[in-house]
Design a protein around this ligand. Structure first.
Ligand code: MN
Ligand code: MN
Length: 301
């Protein structure tokens, strides 16, 4: 199914997706919870990784989005299999380590695991935040290119904290977009996948774009879709996304993983890469490689 050449390209795109996610997180965190007009008044167009923001970050420091994704990645790589228990244990250890940030729904779900071992939160119509979608990338890489495994891993990790049909639909669509982009699909093909989501869940319609970029997964995905399909480069997609403000680190992280998978490592600005926390980037590159090696795509070689 994949030859050696294909697999090298997939590895490049996987690395770019993971690095792109961290860059979007670190870039967007500076303007998280600002409005688009506040960003414009303060920065013109915001385009530099400078830290600060409401979390008072160091330049290049990542937040919960990247850290929770790394929790999932380490659980898979260490066990060389899918273990939801290992994922939940890593989430729990992470929460106890007093992270710089943690969303309310994530905190609630992880606490329920710590208190009574609950691996699946009860269905909740209010738990439609973007906290499950933001961290799916390791499950996406490890399942490549199997769509059934993708759905299983992505939804199981989601339900530790977010059990909601709108969040689930966003997670599955994002995962499928990433599988397609990792295998080199063009934007027309990716657009068709989003059109399928919009047919089933019209709430995700992003044309005309309403300009909302909140932590509600519908607003988050509309913003990512709008800027990903409009942007002509990794940089354009990300700058457009984070300048919408609101949950900018998470819209940035999600757009960063998608644009990274689509455009590859060469498209990631060196100026941004150099500003990132070197230890985090080194771990991310190793994790991306090992996840692909352990995936059905990697094991077929
Ligand atoms: Mn965050
Ligand atoms: Mn956020």
């Amino acid at each position: 199914m994949f030859n050696q050449y294909d697999l090298e390209e997939i590895r490049d795109r996987a690395r770019a997706a993971f690095v792109g996610m961290a860059i979007g997180d670190a870039l967007g965190a500076t303007v998280e919870f600002m409005t688009a007009s506040e960003i414009a008044a303060k920065y013109g167009t915001f385009r530099d990784i400078i830290g600060g923001g409401w979390l008072r970050l160091k330049p290049g420091q990542v937040t919960d989005d990247t850290e929770m994704a790394l929790c999932i990645a380490r659980a898979i790589v260490k066990n060389q299999t899918w273990s939801l228990l290992a994922v939940a244990d890593n989430f729990a250890a992470w929460l106890k380590s007093r992270p710089v940030d943690c969303g309310d729904t994530c905190r609630k779900g992880i606490r329920a695991y710590l208190l009574n071992g609950q691996l699946e939160s009860p269905p909740n119509e209010w738990d439609a935040g973007n906290g499950a979608a933001m961290r799916i990338l390791p499950a996406v890489l490890f399942s490549l290119p199997d769509d059934e495994l993708l759905k299983k891993y992505v939804i199981e990790q989601a339900h530790i904290t977010h059990n909601n049909p709108v969040s689930d639909a966003a997670c599955i669509c994002l995962g499928q977009l990433l599988h397609l982009a990792l295998c080199g699909a063009g934007k027309t093909r990716l657009r068709r996948q989003v059109d399928g989501l919009v047919t089933r869940f019209p709430t995700f319609t992003f044309e005309p774009y309403r300009g909302l970029a909140t932590g509600y997964v519908v607003d988050t995905m509309q913003t990512v879709f709008h800027w990903f399909f409009r942007g002509k480069s990794f940089k354009e997609c990300l700058v457009g996304t984070v300048n919408q403000g609101a949950d900018a680190d998470t819209t940035g992280a999600i757009c960063g993983m998608l644009a990274g998978a689509y455009y590859g490592m060469d498209a990631i600005p060196k100026r941004w890469l150099k500003r990132m926390d070197g230890k985090v980037i080194a771990e991310i590159e190793i994790m991306a490689d090992r996840l692909i090696t352990a995936s059905p795509a990697g094991r077929r070689m």
